[in-house]
Write a protein that binds this ligand. Sequence first.
Ligand SMILES: Nc1ncnc2c1ncn2[C@@H]1O[C@H](COP(=O)(O)OP(=O)(O)OP(=O)(O)O)[C@@H](O)[C@H]1O
Length: 357
Amino acid sequence: MALTRLTLRDFRNHAATRLEDTRGFNVLVGENGAGKTNVLEAISLLAPGKGLRRAAAAEMAGRSGDGSFAVTAEMEHGDVALATATTPAAPNSRSVRINGAAGPATRLADWLSVTWLTPAMDRLFAESPGDRRRFLDRLVLALRPDHARTATRYETALRERNRLLADPADPDPAWLDALEAQLAENGAALADARRALVADLAREIATQPEAPFARPALAYASETPADPDALRRSLREGRRRDRAAGRTLTGPHRDDLAVTLAAKNAPAADCSTGEQKAMLIAIVLAHAALTSAERPRLLLLDEIAAHLDPVRRAALYERLAASGAQVWMTGTELAPFAEIESQAAVWKVADGIVERV
Ligand SMILES: Nc1ncnc2c1ncn2[C@@H]1O[C@H](COP(=O)(O)OP(=O)(O)OP(=O)(O)O)[C@@H](O)[C@H]1O
């Protein structure tokens, strides 16, 4: 399955962009600020969640348009059309239509799987655990659409518990009990889904060749009890401590994705930029292998060739070709894509206009 046509209307600097025959490799080439990443961002909106830049809808609407935008994707096999749009009346909302019918964004994951790597993620291993949790949740979400609901319920209960704990008045114990029951049920499920994904990814990565890519060793670093009853007990016992801290100190919102470079036994954060990028690529490729081939698997790789030497770049293209994923890559020059140019659709992007080369 593949996405075969993409249209953007009034999306950032793309007034009316249409890309046809997009199966396989797609390479977007253009100067800085031309609108290449904007195309990837538009595609990322076809995944549940906030998209590649986590931007508000109003920010993405083209400045020369009427404040609304639309992104439509067509897939082979019938007339599946996904559109996401925002209107001036509701500037920060997105509406999603699948086959013409309005539906929740979480249903998008039933139709296609979209993952991405951007230059902003080059520091993922070195930066805050929150970014890594978000990355992990996004990968879980692409495989298990119900993960979004679990995460939302958990976050809502967590915010409310933190609010109660920060209140100078003594919190109502029955209300705390109810919130902790919610936190325990959804928190254990959240941690469990992440743990299971990390184990699946690690198994998949072990089947990938070691060279020339850095093979990452993954672990879910967690003190969250796997059993909901144990998590609930731990929350209840931690009330006094959490009240003093002003926030909840137990649960999957404190967990982390621990990554090391297997060959050197070095924490990923201490590795070179190229090595870190290679590890991220290994994770994303493993994820694509876990995703059902019945749905289009889209990999958005923004400026991916930038930090890779020619040997790694060639290996990357080989693995991408073998992955069966539909790949979108960007660059300011065509030269780094020479090895795959013959199999790729090359798109020239200039000032929000996209043309097939
Ligand atoms: N809401 C908007 N309306 C119109 N134009 C916008 C909007 N948001 C961003 N832009 C424009 O989009 C352009 C940036 O596009 P994009 O980030 O896709 O560039 P790029 O081709 O990926 O460049 P680089 O190679 O530097 O990463 C800028 O010119 C910016 O002014």
